[in-house]
Design a protein around this ligand. Structure first.
Ligand SMILES: Nc1nc2c(ncn2[C@@H]2O[C@H](COP(=O)(O)OP(=O)(O)OP(=O)(O)O)[C@@H](O)[C@H]2O)c(=O)[nH]1
Length: 629
């Protein structure tokens, strides 16, 4: 968020003085890349909120990383005036309205961002690419919106594309939403075609917010972001009453009272206001420094004559995937800790605690919502804080029940207990895969190898199917998505949600160098996959670890049982070999260079392992850059 303030549209009713009857709060939900952000940009232009010349692509995706990856991570809410002209009377009552648009992220990791944005709206535009049709996250987001009781406005986007097939997909979409195919709107977010009509439809179809203007104020926090200049900016939707900049506000979950420094709306830069009234969407600034003090889902009221009943909140998302992060240079540990604390100011879903690895030194165990969340966090740490990091293979959370009846939760393979284990439970997900029907065979084969259970299959149209599986989450975490994409030439889409636990035959595989276990390489895997994991790691490490002055055995073991073995043959690396003659300064230089190289090495017992070997060995078990599609 920048500091400059734009002049609100003169004709637009002011915040705090807006009759709820002319307010329309809506969001755009879609599968990734179906064009939400482009449509949002087009609306900003058409409503005059952003001047066409000043508009930059994806105005609402403010973080650099969002713009680079072309995806939306944090939701944004923008207030736009829209005048329905008199000649459009058959669509909607002419006059000036206030539209609050909430842009939502589309990726499965950020579902919780979507669901909380939905609570601030009365309608959702369900946007579908007219060249692709319904995808897995179209369904997932639609179900979330229906669960939140929103009115659904079905819209096909990208009708300008030569490959667009609006007839076919309008029928598909109408079948899904339960409307007439003629009622599915058709737009091109890129050229702007049909978008004015869509704005008029939003006015017509979105119910006006309902609330009690005379009741004590109650507002729902649907987002909270940390801004370097302004502290925490809290986005709220007012349900009842009025929040004024003169109020001291109370967070209803904790009772904490904060001074209000500023109230305003985003249009599309922050615009200060005196108050926010019933149904309005805007921001509060209270001088709080940490998003956790302004929790999403909490209810804000005033300190004096405040409300007594909080609004129903959201469930806090639990981390699904854990990974260890270690600085390559041990001296960077404090920087990594500070960086994580900084990121957490803005990402309440990020959890971390210190951990030590025999091989990698001091680092952190970090909990993520999913793989994309993990990649983005790592990317930001490296880019914004200039850190070089090694991350260990991601794993899910296991519950281990011991023979003596005790139970423990394992988020790190190194915590996996020795001794008599009665049962290990792993998390499972309900996965929905949408694909052209030609690929049913190969998808079934893939799910089979990933221990999936087919729950059902439906045809959405004659050549597209929806397959429902229960799959262990640990199997999805690695390369499932990449494999699904490559087997279906990119056509299949996947969505999944947590669905309890199941007992599974899991074992911990350790990797030993010269008899010393290297904790960073340990993994909890299914019994049937243990051998191949062991062989894969042992042969990888054989190629990655430089030869030492003695022979180094690499072993993979389950407990005391060795399941795979390789040897790194001995070598004596004599850096002085080339320096015959007595040039002592040259000799010294070479020896010093060798010493400096050694300083970066990680020592496993007497074996020196370069950090690059860890990165390469661990990256084989990690997702590739492209978890996005
Ligand atoms: N031809 C054409 N391309 C479009 C249209 N709308 C969006 N696109 C393109 O589709 C791609 C994805 O658009 P985005 O707006 O980033 O998609 P999104 O749904 O916001 O994606 P996320 O923010 O990642 O969820 C971009 O390359 C856009 O230029 C359209 O109407 N016509």
């Amino acid at each position: 968020m920048t500091r400059e303030t734009s002049v609100p549209n003169a004709a637009a009713p002011l915040p705090g003085q807006t009759d709820p009857a002319i307010l329309r709060n809506f969001c755009i939900i879609a599968h990734i890349d179906h064009g939400k952000s482009t449509l949002a940009d087009q609306m900003l232009r058409l409503t005059g909120v952003v001047d066409a010349r000043a508009a930059r692509a994806q105005y609402l995706d403010r973080m650099d990383i969002e713009r680079e990856r072309g995806i939306t991570i944090k939701s944004q809410a923008v207030r736009m005036p829209w005048t329905v002209p008199a000649d459009n009377a058959e669509i909607a009552e002419p006059g000036t309205y206030v539209l609050n648009m909430i842009d939502t992220p589309g990726h499965v990791d950020f579902t919780y961002e979507v669901s909380r944005s939905l609570e601030a709206c009365e309608a959702a535009i369900l946007l579908v690419d007219a060249a692709q049709g319904i995808e897995a996250q179209t369904l997932a987001n639609l179900y979330l919106a229906m669960g939140a009781d929103l009115h659904i406005i079905p819209v096909l986007n990208k009708i300008d594309l030569p490959g667009a097939n609006p007839e076919k997909y309008a029928a598909e979409l109408a079948g899904l939403v339960g409307c007439d195919p003629a009622d599915v709107l058709r737009v091109s977010a890129k050229t702007g075609e049909g978008v004015e009509g869509l704005l008029n439809e939003i006015v017509k179809q979105t119910p006006a917010p309902v609330g009690d203007a005379d009741a004590p104020p109650r507002a729902l926090i649907f987002d909270s972001v940390y801004d370097t200049y302004r502290g925490v900016v809290t986005y709220v939707r007012v349900i009842d009453g009025k929040l004024s900049h003169r109020d001291r506000i109370k967070m209803m979950s904790t009772g904490a009272v904060h001074e209000m420094l500023e109230v305003g709306v985003i249009s599309p830069e922050p615009v200060k206001a005196g108050d926010l009234g019933v149904g309005e969407v805007g921001y509060l600034i209270t001088g709080v420094k940490d998003v956790r003090q302004s929790r999403v889902g909490d209810t804000v009221t005033s300190q004096h004559n405040g409300a007594t009943d909080a609004l129903g909140g959201y469930k806090h998302p639990n981390p699904m995937v854990y990974s260890g992060l270690y600085p390559i240079d041990g001296d960077d540990y404090p920087t990594l800790r500070d960086a994580l604390e900084r990121l957490q100011l803005n990402d309440a879903a990020l959890t971390f605690e210190p951990e030590t690895s025999g091989a990698l030194g001091f680092g952190f165990r970090i909990g993520f919502l999913g793989l994309l969340h993990m990649e983005i966090t790592r990317d930001r740490l490296e880019r914004e804080f200039n850190l070089d990091l090694i991350s260990t293979a991601p794993n899910v959370v296991y519950e281990v029940l011991m023979d003596d009846g005790s139970e423990l939760v394992v988020t790190n393979p190194s915590e996996y207990p020795e001794g008599k284990i009665a049962e290990v439970r792993e998390p499972v997900v309900k996965a929905t895969i949408l694909s052209p029907s030609d690929y049913i065979g190969t998808i079934m084969e893939l799910c089979q190898t990933k221990r999936g259970n087919l729950q059902g299959m439906d045809y959405l149209s004659e050549d597209r199917v929806e397959m429902r599986y229960v799959l262990p989450m640990g199997e999805i975490v690695f390369d499932f998505f990449d494999q699904l994409k490559s087997r279906t030439k990119g056509y299949a889409s996947l969505d999944y949600e947590r669905s309890g636990e199941q007992a599974a035959d899991l074992v911990k595989v350790d990797i030993l160098l010269q008899g010393e276990p290297v904790d960073a390489f340990s993994a909890i895997v299914h019994k049937d996959a243990a051998y191949s994991y062991g062989v894969m790691m042992a042969s990888k490490l054989k190629d990655l670890i430089p030869r030492q002055q003695f022979e180094v055995p690499i072993q993979a073991a389950i407990g005391a049982r060795v399941i795979a073995r390789e040897n790194i043959r001995a070598i004596r690396k004599d850096v002085l070999a080339k320096c015959y003659g007595g040039d002592i300064t040259r000799k010294r230089k070479l020896l010093e260079k060798q010493k400096a190289g050694k300083k970066r090495m990680k020592n496993i017992g007497t074996v020196e392992v370069p950090p690059e070997a860890f990165i390469a060995a661990l990256s084989t078990t990690q997702p590739s850059e492209k978890t996005k599609k």
